[in-house]
Structures are given as structure tokens and as C-alpha cells.
Design a protein around this ligand. Structure first.
Ligand SMILES: *Cc1c(COP(=O)(O)O)cnc(C)c1O
Length: 401
């Protein structure tokens, strides 16, 4: 452990709440897909702040937009009209079938907005006392009490009871279980098209289509959590577009402002009727600065066709990993994912592999101790992915089968 790192680590332990277990790296600087630590060591960042810096660290164009907006206006609150929100709303709505946007500050908040809108739409517009939200096992929707109730994982809610009522989980991929779970009290079904924190688990397209049809048949809202998979990452602008779905509302956050805290919900005109002036609010949501930056991010994602690039690079990664799986028998159990959201489930202990990658300067996430999760910037050079592949194969080749 270097002195520089030890000092940061000691500071963290004495000053911050014990809420995170961190990687043994103190990051001081970033550019594009590169990070540097306190000792000057360089890393290839294949995690992008957990799918946040999709345009790379300290992107020049985003920096310029940030600087320009910083000189113009930071924050006035939602008591005022702000052109920046409209510009961002126009751009986002041009990418989907929705007509209305609501801005907030995080993924959990975007899901809270979906949950609150679904309940209020049912009560006030449909005149039905339907409030229950059904989610899928293995999902992740955030850490506020409502989002935690939606997530429903006991290890995450340990010590925090009571959670809000009106949530239940069913097994993913089991349409019969969903049929049995929907009752007259059900307001909405909320799903991730690719479960991210769950270990990069893409749901089957046929199941998702059946699920949406079931929601229509039972007059229940169908909502997608696009916080991690959205905004061009999976190879379509929205992950739900992979299967021609038309969710009533979607949540997004992570890469929306490339690292500034920013979240949003998009909804159809019909379902957006659930909110009236005063129904839901946030002080910071859609602030001029964050909205101005987010509009630039969305503009670049569209202009540079980064969804197509994510699809191409994702195919390349998956093809190469499948070949590696054959060349290195007994090392890789499964390669999953869509676009640049890739999970490599190992057949060997994941921790030493992840540690050796980090030692060699490749940052990725280790999910459930067994799955290497890659969420690189969408504009990453192909050669960086190839460098990762070479190092991974070299590491796997040295492990006895
Ligand atoms: C990260 C994530 C969230 C929570 O977002 P926060 O900004 O941490 O609140 C919600 N849903 C999904 C799918 C996520 O990946």
C-alpha cells in the first residue's frame, strides 16, 4: 500500500459513514476511458462510474457546455420556467413514444416518481384503489425506502423495516407467476429489461412482450427502469426498444448528465394525468445547470450514433469472449448482456481474476463474486476492449482448470 493511498484510506475511515466497501484505488484524475490514481498509475476504465460517464471522463464538449451554463444560470428552483428543461425534454421525448418528462436527481428518485405517478393515476384518473407495484426477483431499483421496497432484497433492507407497503416480487421469466400475482389492487409492473445490479441478466424478449400484453389485458401500468440500461447503452437508445415495447413510463438517471446528478421520468400523456400542480416535486430536479449539461449529453449520444456503436462493440466483445470460452475450457461459465452492458460469469473464483485485472490496470466490477461486469464508456476505443480481452485470457490461462 503506497503512502498516498494509505493517507486517503485512513481519512475515509475516520471521516465517512461506514456505508461502502471500496476498491483499493484512490482516483485523482480522469480523461476519456482513462483514470489515474494517487500514485500516478493509469487504468482503463471499463466501468465508467457504474454506467454514468458514457461519454468518457471530462469530455471536452460536455465540459464546454458545463462552463457555458455555469456562467449563465445555476439554479432558481421549479418555481420558475426554465428553457433548459424544455430543450432537454424535447431531446429526450424525440427518442421515445412518450409525451411528458419529469426531472429529478437520481435513479431512486426517478423510480419513486414512477411509483407515485402509477398510484396517483390509478386513484385520481382511473378512480381505482390500485396501489400495488409488482417487480421481479433479482431486480434493483434504488435505496430510498420506496425504491428499496420495490427492490425487495432482504440483505439490502436489513435493519430498515418497516418499508412502505404495497410491493411484491415474482420470479423473473415466469409469466404464470405474474398472472397469479396481479390483483385488482395492482397499479403497475416495473421491470429492468436487463437486470444490471442483479449481475447483467437480460430478460427474454418473448417474456417481456407477454408481460406487456398481460398488463394491457389486466389494465395495469407497464413501466421500465432504464436507469442503467437506457441512454444508448444496450445498442438501442432505450433497452425497451430492443423488443418493440411501449412502457407507460420509464425512469432514467446514471449517464443522463455524464456524472452530474440527474434523473428523469418519461410518461405518456395519458398516464401523466396522474400528476397535477403540487402532486410531486423536488428542489434540485431539472435545475438549469444539470439540464443544460444533460441536453448536451443526449445531443452527443444521438449525433454520434452511440447506440449503434454500443451494439457493434458489444457484438465484438461477445464474439471474442465466446471464442475465449472455447479456448479456455472450464474458465468461463456464461457471457451475457446487450450492447456495452456485458457480464462474464466465471466458472472459477472471481475475486483473484478481478484483482489481477485491477493490478494490470483494468477496472471492471465484480458482481456476486463471480460475474465480471463491464459498463465501459460508449465512445471507448476498440483497442482498449482488445487490451482487456488479451489480459483476461492471459489471466484465465494461468488458472488451473
Ligand atoms: C443504479 C440504479 C438505480 C438507482 O440509482 P441511484 O442513482 O443510485 O439512486 C435504480 N435502478 C437501476 C436499474 C440502477 O442500475
Amino acid at each position: 500500500m503506497s503512502q498516498a493511498f494509505a493517507a486517503v484510506k485512513a481519512g475515509e475511515e475516520s471521516l465517512l459513514c461506514r456505508s461502502y466497501s471500496r476498491y483499493p484505488v484512490a482516483v485523482v484524475r480522469g480523461k476519456g476511458a482513462r483514470l489515474w490514481d494517487a500514485d500516478g498509475k493509469e487504468y482503463v476504465d471499463l466501468l465508467a462510474g457504474i454506467a454514468v460517464t458514457s461519454l468518457g471522463h471530462c469530455n471536452d464538449e460536455v465540459n464546454a457546455a458545463l462552463a457555458a451554463h455555469a456562467e449563465k444560470l445555476w439554479h432558481v428552483s421549479n418555481l420558475f420556467y426554465q428553457e433548459e428543461q424544455l430543450e432537454l425534454a424535447r431531446l429526450l421525448l424525440s427518442t421515445s413514444h412518450h409525451q411528458k418528462a419529469f426531472f429529478c436527481n437520481s435513479g431512486a428518485e426517478a423510480n419513486e416518481a414512477c411509483i407515485k405517478l402509477a398510484r396517483r393515476y390509478m386513484r385520481k384518473v382511473k378512480q381505482r384503489d390500485a396501489y400495488e407495484i409488482i417487480t421481479l426477483e433479482g431486480c434493483f431499483h434504488g435505496r430510498t425506502l420506496g425504491a428499496l421496497a420495490a427492490t425487495g432484497r432482504e440483505n439490502l433492507s436489513d435493519g430498515f423495516a418497516p418499508l412502505p407497503e404495497g410491493f411484491k416480487q415474482v420470479p423473473a421469466g415466469d409469466i404464470e407467476a405474474m398472472k397469479a400475482a396481479i390483483t385488482p389492487a395492482t397499479a403497475a409492473v416495473l421491470v429492468e429489461v436487463v437486470q444490471g445490479e442483479g449481475g447483467v441478466v437480460p430478460l427474454c424478449g418473448e417474456y417481456l412482450r407477454q408481460l406487456e400484453a398481460l398488463c394491457r389485458e389486466r389494465d395495469v401500468l407497464f413501466m421500465c427502469d432504464e436507469v442503467q440500461a437506457g441512454l444508448a447503452r444496450t445498442g438501442k437508445f432505450w433497452a425497451f426498444q430492443q423488443y418493440g415495447l411501449k412502457p407507460d413510463a420509464i425512469s432514467m438517471a446514471k449517464s443522463l448528465a455524464n456524472g452530474l446528478p440527474m434523473g428523469a421520468m418519461l410518461a405518456t400523456d395519458e398516464v401523466a394525468r396522474g400528476f397535477e400542480a403540487g402532486s410531486h416535486a423536488t428542489t434540485f430536479g431539472g435545475g438549469a445547470l444539470a439540464s443544460g449539461v444533460a441536453a448536451k449529453v443526449v445531443e452527443i449520444l444521438l449525433r454520434d450514433k452511440l447506440a449503434d456503436r454500443a451494439a457493434e462493440l458489444g457484438e465484438h466483445l461477445k464474439r471474442e469472449l465466446a471464442a475465449m470460452q472455447t479456448r479456455q475450457p472450464g474458465k468461463i461459465k456464461e457471457v451475457r448482456g446487450l450492447g456495452l452492458m456485458v457480464g462474464i460469469e466465471l466458472a472459477v473464483d472471481g475475486k483473484p481474476v478481478w484483482e489481477e485485472l485491477l493490478r494490470r490496470g483494468y477496472i471492471c466490477n465484480l458482481s456476486h463474486g463471480i460475474t465480471l461486469r463491464l459498463l465501459p464508456p460508449l465512445n471507448i476505443d476498440k483497442s482498449d476492449l482488445d487490451g482487456f480481452l488479451q489480459n483476461l485470457e492471459d489471466i484465465l490461462a494461468q488458472i488451473p482448470a
